[in-house]
Design a protein around this ligand. Sequence first.
Ligand SMILES: *[C@@H]1O[C@H](CO)[C@@H](O)[C@H](O)[C@H]1NC(C)=O
Ligand SMILES: *[C@@H]1O[C@H](CO)[C@@H](O)[C@H](O)[C@H]1NC(C)=O
Ligand SMILES: *[C@@H]1O[C@H](CO)[C@@H](O)[C@H](O)[C@H]1NC(C)=O
Ligand SMILES: *[C@@H]1O[C@H](CO)[C@@H](O)[C@H](O)[C@H]1NC(C)=O
Ligand SMILES: *[C@@H]1O[C@H](CO)[C@@H](O)[C@H](O)[C@H]1NC(C)=O
Ligand SMILES: *[C@@H]1O[C@H](CO)[C@@H](O)[C@H](O)[C@H]1NC(C)=O
Length: 579
Amino acid sequence: MCNLPKMRSLSFLSSSSLLIALSLSALRAAASLAPKGEWTFVQNGTTGITALEVILVSPTLILMFDRVLGDPLQIDGHQAWVELWNLETNTGFPLNAITDTFCASGAILSNGTMVSLGGQAAELPAGETVPPDADGRMGIRIFEPCADPAGLNCTLFEDPATLHLAANRWYPSSLRVFDGSLMIIGGTHEETPFYNTDPENSFEFFPPKDNGQTRSSPFLARTVPTNLFPRGFALPDGKVFIVANNQSIIYDIEAQTETILPTIPNGVHVTNPMDGTATLLPLSPPDFIPEVLVCGGSNFSDATPSEDLSSQDPASDQCTRITLTPEGIQKGWVIERMPEARMMPEMILMPNGQVLIINGAGTGYAALASVGDPIGNSNADHPVFTPVLYDPEASLGSRFSREGLPTTDIARLYHSGITLTPSGNIFLAGSNPNGGVVENATFNTEFRVQFLNPPFISRSRPTVSSVPEKIAFNEPITVDIDIPNDLNTGDLKVALMDMGFSSHAFHSSSRLVFMEAQLSGNKKSLTIKTPPNNRVFPPGPAYIFVTVDDVTSTGTRVMVGSGAAPPVQDQGIPIPFTS
Ligand SMILES: *[C@@H]1O[C@H](CO)[C@@H](O)[C@H](O)[C@H]1NC(C)=O
Ligand SMILES: *[C@@H]1O[C@H](CO)[C@@H](O)[C@H](O)[C@H]1NC(C)=O
Ligand SMILES: *[C@@H]1O[C@H](CO)[C@@H](O)[C@H](O)[C@H]1NC(C)=O
Ligand SMILES: *[C@@H]1O[C@H](CO)[C@@H](O)[C@H](O)[C@H]1NC(C)=O
Ligand SMILES: *[C@@H]1O[C@H](CO)[C@@H](O)[C@H](O)[C@H]1NC(C)=O
Ligand SMILES: *[C@@H]1O[C@H](CO)[C@@H](O)[C@H](O)[C@H]1NC(C)=O
């Protein structure tokens, strides 16, 4: 698992021939697309910690979290493990934390406050006598909304004695739910070698419900030992879909019931340490029917001891998709295949409704130094260097495309972070399948930041202005828009997005809700109907992107709902949908 400080000898197996082949095809594809702009990877800046958790906390700032094991960034005479990244300068600076944030989770509340949750016990870096960090397994860290674009004076608040979780949680997930609170799912208590052998099979909430007691989950109990970082999504009726290992449920927070859904087909395990990834596909008016897509992972048996698994075991190329209506559940998971297998892929919802699948490895597993033949310390090998797009609207069999997508030479494996930015491009950082800072290995500790720029970044784009700071549910709002003349305004989409919290091949709370929109006769203003209620879009900060003719504006931040602290009352009008 994460916490294996012992280094193994390095090996230099490489996949350079594969990389060259992919680069050539990407160059050819990019050349043919030049007039419409092209996808590009651009490296810019270096982080001072490994960006293993990443969350956008303001239009210009990304907050990153790591562990305490030798990162170069310093604060108050010791290593920093939290960094604030300024997207305007592409530089970062340290923030102080009290507790350890390694393999924690996080999300933003309905009042805009970001909360980091869980972590590991204190860790002693080489050469030091006192750990700089305190036990983070019950950690609750508060980052209040930061008004300064450069993040000056913005801090992380912790008071472990009075503000903490009900249970020790290392490797939990957390997501914002319909009342603006966070639901915290699962995790493990202690260091375990690979699988979850000391599970915390329960849910809890922040702010607490149930007088701070945990709720035990039969689903989590059934999904050990491959249920770390469960993937959960708030459904448009307020219930929560969760997938872990090869199983999934719908959890009703109010009735406290678990409804069992069909098993993921073909024995594929999709959560840590056999990380696939999952996303809630974009929700569209008028019905907001939820569909979930799950991709990658491994079909090797999780009854196999880790030392009998190999870094060369092929990952799964399987994606499965389910519609969460009674008919859709009856039909079950529909199987699709990615162009290549991926362990630890990431899925990024793009403002045009497509899903970018990126990062990860063709073989092996998540975690480090636990399989029989790690590459250095990495349980995974054959990094996948070329992303692929998935179009949920296309017909089955023709949804994947990598036309024009570029190839990088930076491996993003275990402990990497990634997020969509308000500019509409994708921030990539981190990767460290090592128990400390390593250079000159096949898979180093990665500090280089990259952006993946979609074709529209280099084009003349629609600009949106006069967007209200707060939007209520089920209300029309009117914004000003300026659309370049060469774009077909008949193809116009307005997306309300949460970029989510990136950790361990998963974007918790990530969400895209399309909104109905009407362009004025002179094409200078746009009237948008906000989501019907707080279950369709859990209240909190979001970004509005307008895409015209596949060219996307920058995202404007809004507060969805009143901005009140959770739990908030139901708002807006009900929709017919129930899962
Ligand atoms: C890197 O980012 C900085 C700050 O935004 C910008 O000034 C610079 O041009 C960028 N460099 C590259 C190579 O994109
Ligand atoms: C940050 O704090 C310092 C000292 O309190 C103050 O002088 C400065 O104006 C603050 N900066 C911002 C951007 O709030
Ligand atoms: C699901 O995974 C468990 C092990 O975690 C395994 O025992 C079970 O057979 C799998 N079920 C299916 C249908 O693949
Ligand atoms: C695992 O998946 C691979 C690739 O799809 C397939 O060839 C293999 O038969 C599967 N193994 C099992 C045990 O299902
Ligand atoms: C890595 O390689 C470079 C160039 O050969 C060398 O200067 C550096 O000392 C090496 N670093 C480590 C930690 O071995
Ligand atoms: C938001 O609510 C949380 C939980 O009650 C609280 O800790 C935080 O201070 C609030 N933030 C603001 C800006 O009021």
